[in-house]
Ligand binder design. Sequence first.
Ligand code: AOS
Ligand code: ZN
Ligand code: ZN
Ligand code: ZN
Length: 406
Amino acid sequence: MNDRAYALFEERQRDRGIDLGKVKDKLKALKIETPSWGYGDSGTRFKVFKQTGIPRNPFEKFEDAAQVHKLTGLCPSVAIHIPWDKVEDYDKLKQHAAELGLSIGAVNPNLFQEDEYIFGSVCNSDPAVRRKATDHLLECVDIAKTVGSEALSLWFADGTNYPGQADIRKRKGWMQEALTEMYNAMTPNMRMLIEYKFFEPAFYHTDLADWGMAFNMANKLGPQAEVLVDTGHHAQGTNVEHIVAYLLDEQKLGGFHFNSRKYADDDLIVGAHNPYELFLIFYQILDASLDADAGVRKTADNIAYMIDQSHAIEPKIPAMIRSVLNVHTQYAKALLVNHEEVREAQSKQDVLGAEQAVREAYEQDVAPLLLALREEAGLPADPMKAYLQSGYGESILSRGKGGASW
Ligand code: AOS
Ligand code: ZN
Ligand code: ZN
Ligand code: ZN
């Protein structure tokens, strides 16, 4: 049945001037990293809900992540969070991942869970706390070396709740000191991805509050430091795709944490509320991948796409499958933008024509295309259905309740 639908799709795209061979190549190259913490128990500051069948350790988190990759073919790596994923023997974890067809992705230091960090970690006015925090960053560089990861993903909960609580400029300097030490410990193939967030858990000021602060820090550190955009980390109404375009042009966009938000850092399934925003982000990236400047093209083609979600009320594995498929769909739609048509309309100041050329791609039905690609790759036509029928969800119930949180 898909044959007819695909033939129609092909004809329509040919008429629109789209080279489907290129579209397919790009789609085959798409990789989305899933986060180990997305498989654990989660909640809000009000309650962490305990589900039955949650992984009890990092090894089981990888087993769950392997299901997502097996059924979608899109998620060959998994981000880890230290110490949530602390193990005695990281070689063993790496080996376990490899046996499951996975690799270990970004290493995320955790500087927000210990009592000493109540007034901050790398920005704490107490030099002993700053030392401890910096040592943890260095430990994560070592772990990345051991597991063969090339990405260190940094997010800091550091900030204050009240005016005058701390010296904002001094804290800025301390942050730079710690990151410089970490940067100098990285091997030449590693990249440091610096994440920003405007509030939470701190509510008055956050030390890396927006893309400009992360960008400035990355510039001071050097070429191996880049900005990570978490789609949930902006104020209402922020034009995220504009930030993306700006960072691409500066060759400083390193990666994404995908999720959707309505009010705060909601960490909900990506594309659930705002699929058009996701599409427009990809439109900017794909436009940059055609740029005349080789550096801009290289930046656009080397972005680390990662999911960062906390599924509080959803079953974890299907929620991850849904997320990954949503990204896949919006990426496919963005690949159907006819950039020449957009540029032509732009050159004539044809506002409506330009907007139409972009939106038209979003309105295409890419289901026949994605189905054809799955068939070609020997993947299930409907990964969600395949998961629900696989019996895996039932098999893990024997793990019981009380697995890992986040
Ligand atoms: C926190 O808001 C950030 O999005 C981080 O990426 C964090 O490390 C991750 O969400 C795990 O808690
Ligand atoms: Zn994040
Ligand atoms: Zn977040
Ligand atoms: Zn988030």
